[in-house]
Write a protein that binds this ligand. Structure first.
Ligand SMILES: C[S@@+](CC[C@H](N)C(=O)[O-])C[C@H]1O[C@@H](n2cnc3c(N)ncnc32)[C@H](O)[C@@H]1O
Length: 242
């Protein structure tokens, strides 16, 4: 389901052409640019309360850099990612665009993060959840958020068309076709990700099960019925942690 080795291989292969590739994919699937997708995430962030921010699956650091350029920039932004090749791109961006050294980058898994409980006001994950076990990731995000802290996620969702068994098989076929076009490692990572994709109602159930409140889910419609739609989710961690 969530095999780190194939994910690392895929994003190591993709790192140098990451932005162009994801931009092409999002235009194709959702009819929006990569920058639009990032802007939608940032619009959801309650920036006035986001003093310390965690960006899970930060990739090449686009979100941390955008955050510190905001007029109400957070004091501290931590980006964590499992693929060191992606983090090398992030380091280069941070070196040139973070003169106050607000951003730090950590290599590690979002499913087991090296951060103390309640360490962050805000936790973001953009386009990374489908490479992980969403239930494990959400538990971790809740653990590291302070009570009342905000979670913001954007990811691919499972289209209704694919909820049946024949639908899942069709989706695997499409992922196979698509992943092959992008190279062997990406092929494996995308095939594994198919099993992790959730419908919008499964997203809501999982957020509720992880204890999140004030859940707001917005669908980013797909351009074709057989493409995965997007899901933009925000929620608050409970005021009282059990
Ligand atoms: C599609 S990219 C998204 C990058 C960035 N969030 C953005 O919006 O540009 C997915 C990222 O998830 C990372 N990733 C996948 N599984 C991970 C895990 N278990 N822990 C941390 N990062 C992970 C990959 O290395 C990759 O950088």
């Amino acid at each position: 389901m969530a095999n780190s080795q194939s994910v690392i291989a895929a994003f190591t292969e993709l790192a140098a052409r990451y932005e162009q590739t994801v931009d092409r994919e999002l235009r194709q699937f959702w009819g929006i640019t990569y920058q639009d997708a990032i802007a939608r995430v940032l619009e959801r962030v309650d920036i006035a309360r986001a003093h310390t921010v965690l960006d899970v699956a930060t990739g090449r650091g686009v979100i941390p850099v955008a955050l510190i350029q905001h007029p109400a920039a957070p004091r501290r932004v931590v980006g964590v990612d499992i693929t060191s090749a992606m983090l090398r791109g992030a380091s280069a961006a941070v070196a040139s665009q973070d003169p106050d050294r607000r951003i730090s980058l950590v290599c590690g898994s979002g499913m087991q993060m090296p951060f103390a409980a309640s360490a962050f006001d805000t936790a973001i994950c953009a386009l990374g959840v489908h490479h992980m076990r969403a239930d494990v990731l959400l538990e971790e995000m809740r653990r590291v958020l302070r009570p009342g802290g905000q979670l913001v996620i954007i990811d691919v969702a499972l289209a209704n068309l694919f909820q049946t068994l024949p639908g899942r098989l069709l989706l695997r076929g499409l992922a196979q076709f698509y992943g092959r076009r992008e190279g062997t490692a990406r092929f494996e990572a995308e095939m594994e990700a198919v099993g992790n994709m959730l419908t919008p109602s499964q997203w809501r159930d999982l957020l509720v099960a992880a204890g999140f409140q004030d859940i707001l889910l917005t669908i980013v419609p797909a351009t074709r019925p057989w493409y995965p739609p997007g899901i933009l989710a925000s929620a608050l961690s409970p005021e009282k942690q059990e």
